[in-house]
Design a protein around this ligand. Structure first.
Ligand SMILES: [Fe+2]
Ligand SMILES: [Fe+2]
Length: 399
């Protein structure tokens, strides 16, 4: 089925009405592996078709993992124990570490939340949308609020996923470490919410694609899939997004907030790599390993292609642009390009490190333009400080 052709045949109004459904179908039909599709489809229906994250009421997700007890309290993973010690020492209190007295004005051109070229205003003009200086500022402020809102929703997912993996992981040292991550994620929920609530005064609903990924991880009963999804994929996404915003923003409170969050997130990815490296390369069958390799690839593409800020589109541009035009505007924006680069530079080497970047899957990544990241450093070779130093030096420039 050629969806673009079918859409073209429809009158404009009908085209806009069915576009979200076609897009959802396209996401699911682009998943090539049937086992991967089976594991993502129920969440896809809940998120993209039923919009479960957008009903204005709390959502429940049925969890089905085993809780793993060990009554002998073994010292079973020295590297995780070391990470636990570092995490205890790295705890910070947002009330005293961040200067909440800083006045934030998203419309202030002197202290910009995002740079002027973050959004592709030129492309908007091509489509006949001419914005005044103030309207451009509003557009950028909305984009910043949308990104920070998705960070907050992602952090809520991370908080519950960290709690789940703390129960389910078979390493005792990992459980101790996991408890520190639960606290970290609670702090991240706290700081992003406080910033949005008291400084930006705006909160967007959860993006459907983010909901799908979180929903799928919450419901999956396999501890290593939760790890792969949350500690490697979503944390990789978070590091990419936080790093991008950290480099681009001039607002001092947000910059300091992100710096502290990035330090915590670097430990979280490191933990994910430690937990999965041995498990995937030694404990599971080749068929199981291949399933995880395919899953990681499909979710990478979902993350690359699908965070398109439709929630902003619906608020401001739904009357003047088609959804397809909006996709073009977002996909060609400098901010998104930079984010994708930062994310994959962190994510792809970690997949290699845990045994999910074999010669079988490499050509698919290469086809998606991601080959240049094959040789980059993985999480165990990066410290929290070296990651921040690199961001400060602007070493991760958009290409
Ligand atoms: Fe977090
Ligand atoms: Fe995290």
């Amino acid at each position: 089925m050629n969806t673009a052709k079918i859409l073209e045949l429809l009158p404009a109004k009908a085209r806009e009405a069915v576009d979200p459904y076609f897009e959802a179908a396209e996401v699911l039909s682009s998943v090539r592996d049937s086992r991967v599709l089976r594991s993502l489809a129920p969440s896809g229906v809940r998120g993209m078709l039923l919009h479960r994250g957008k009903q204005g009421v709390p959502t429940t997700v049925k969890a089905s993992h085993d809780v793993y007890f060990d009554w002998s309290y073994p010292a079973d993973h020295p590297e995780m124990r070391e990470l636990y010690t570092r995490a205890k020492q790295g705890q910070w209190d947002s009330d005293t570490w961040l200067d909440w007295s800083i006045d934030v004005d998203p419309m202030n051109p002197e202290v910009q939340l995002l740079p002027d070229d973050f959004m592709n205003f030129g492309k908007l003009e091509e489509f006949g949308v001419h914005l005044s200086r103030d309207e451009r500022r509003t557009g950028k402020a909305s984009m910043a609020a949308w990104m920070l809102s998705q960070f907050l929703h992602g952090e809520q997912g991370a908080l519950f996923a960290a709690a789940q993996v703390t129960e389910a992981v078979p390493f005792f040292d990992g459980k101790l470490y996991g408890a520190t991550q639960v606290m970290d994620e609670a702090r991240h929920v706290e700081v992003f919410h406080r910033y949005l609530d008291t400084k930006i005064e705006k909160l967007y609903q959860v993006n459907d694609n983010l909901f799908v990924i979180i929903d799928a991880l919450m419901a999956d009963s396999r501890w290593d899939m939760k790890f792969l999804g949350m500690q490697i994929m979503v944390e990789g996404l978070a590091l990419g997004a936080f790093g991008t915003l950290y480099q681009m923003t001039n607002e001092p409170l947000l910059k300091e907030l992100l710096k502290n969050v990035i330090r915590d997130e670097a430990r979280h990815v490191h933990y994910g790599v430690l937990a999965l490296r041995e498990h995937i390369t030694k404990n599971i069958t080749e068929t199981e390993r291949r399933e995880r390799e395919d899953w990681a690839f499909e979710v990478s593409l979902l993350m690359r292609n699908r965070f398109l800020a439709y929630e902003v589109y619906e608020e401001y541009y739904a009357d003047t642009l088609s959804r397809a035009q909006w996709r073009e505007v977002v996909n060609s924006s400098k901010g998104l390009e930079h984010f994708r680069h930062t994310m994959f530079r962190r994510l792809v080497p970690n997949l290699r490190e845990i045994g999910l970047l074999t010669d079988r899957i490499k050509p698919h990544y290469a086809k998606a333009g991601l080959m240049k990241y094959f040789g980059e450093a993985a999480a165990p070779d990066l410290t929290e400080e070296s990651m921040l130093r690199e961001l400060d030096a602007g070493a991760i420039a958009a290409e």
